[in-house]
Design a protein around this ligand. Structure first.
Ligand SMILES: C[S@@+](CC[C@H](N)C(=O)[O-])C[C@H]1O[C@@H](n2cnc3c(N)ncnc32)[C@H](O)[C@@H]1O
Length: 316
């Protein structure tokens, strides 16, 4: 498959917002290069001297690159992205120089380039995500190992939005719960929930690439036998009720999901939702409260927020 890069040349202060614009436009991944990060390198965390001239790098401002599959018409997206980037000025962010460029990319390069940066990560006290191509020795008996090769699907386990969901699952699962994972991507949340003792798990994703990746990741974790993975648009047409619904999707997609999640939760069930950039937190809190959810807590990591909300025990 052919992929296209959309590159936005911008300022340091606009990096998060531009990333959000590219992701909302359907990017399957984002690369950020920020001149400020290279300046920090010069200091050397352990006092070592780094010669910046040896490292190819951006000298000023920042550049954010989004990756789009051929199913997305990049030519139609460019004017919209350019407009949104220019508009950042009205939110008090200077996006200059605000150049928006496009470039073709061979999939093979994209498929493997990130692998060298992906290593085992101890996400919580009990959970470590290990790339399939790495060997890893447990450091504690209670540590659970989740083997993963996300391929082209989102979900290495390391993104703040995923980590927040994993932390919430570890805090709230007690064992035996029926769980629904909306937007499963690589399947990371479902597999982790199973290892934490959840009962029957149903995982859905709109993207067939994600469904295939999640199925492959199940095979890497043969101890996990209670997950059913299917393509589905959010919870459209899903008639079952679960104890927990977990969804790590952008705020714009969580909005229509809130009433569906309520329908698919048992009375007293938990809705764990992440993927919310901090500026959108109040929007989702309002939606949840309008649907009579009780807000249990808000978790945060960097600019991202996750919400744990409860369907009242008296609601059917
Ligand atoms: C941010 S990724 C989360 C992946 C994984 N659950 C994690 O936490 O790392 C969001 C996923 O939601 C899926 N998605 C987006 N819109 C969807 C929809 N309307 N219905 C189902 N899945 C959707 C995307 O394909 C993607 O795999």
């Amino acid at each position: 498959m052919k992929w296209t890069e959309i590159i936005v040349q911008t300022s340091n202060e606009a990096v998060e917002a531009v990333t959000n614009i590219l992701e909302t436009a359907g990017s399957k991944g984002v690369k950020i290069e920020d001149a400020e990060d290279y300046k920090k390198l010069r200091a050397g965390r352990f006092g070592e001297i780094l010669n910046l001239a040896d490292i190819p790098h951006i000298k000023s401002g920042a550049s954010v690159t989004g990756y789009y599959p051929e199913s997305i018409k990049v030519d139609d997206l460019l004017p919209q992205i350019k407009h949104q980037v220019d508009q950042l000025i009205s939110f008090g962010l200077d996006p200059a120089p605000a150049n928006v460029l496009q470039k073709p990319l061979e999939e093979t390069e994209w498929q493997t380039a990130w692998k060298k940066y992906y290593h085992p990560v101890r996400i919580t006290r009990y959970l470590t995500v290990v790339p399939d191509w790495e060997t890893y020795k447990k450091t504690a008996d209670e540590e659970k190992i989740l083997k993963l090769d996300p391929g082209m699907a989102f979900g290495t386990g390391t993104h703040p939005t995923t980590q927040l969901c994993l932390q919430a699952l570890e805090m709230y699962l007690r064992g035996g719960e029926e769980l629904i994972d909306v937007g499963t991507g690589s399947g990371v949340l479902s597999i982790a929930a199973s290892k934490m003792g959840a009962g029957k798990i149903r995982a859905f994703d709109l993207d067939q690439v994600a469904v295939d990746s999640a199925v492959e990741n199940l095979k890497l974790n043969p101890d996990v036998k209670n997950i059913e993975i299917k393509p589905n648009d959010l919870l459209e047409g899903i008639q079952v009720q679960a104890d927990v619904v977990v969804a790590n999707i952008l705020a714009e997609i969580i909005e229509p999901l809130v009433p569906q999640a309520k329908k698919c939760l048992k009375p007293g069930g938990l809705f764990i939702t992440s993927g919310i950039i901090k500026d959108k937190l109040n929007l989702i809190l309002d939606d949840l409260q309008k649907d009579n959810f009780e807000i249990i807590e808000v978790l945060q990591m960097k600019d991202w927020r996750a919400i744990v909300a409860k369907k009242p025990a008296e609601d059917q």
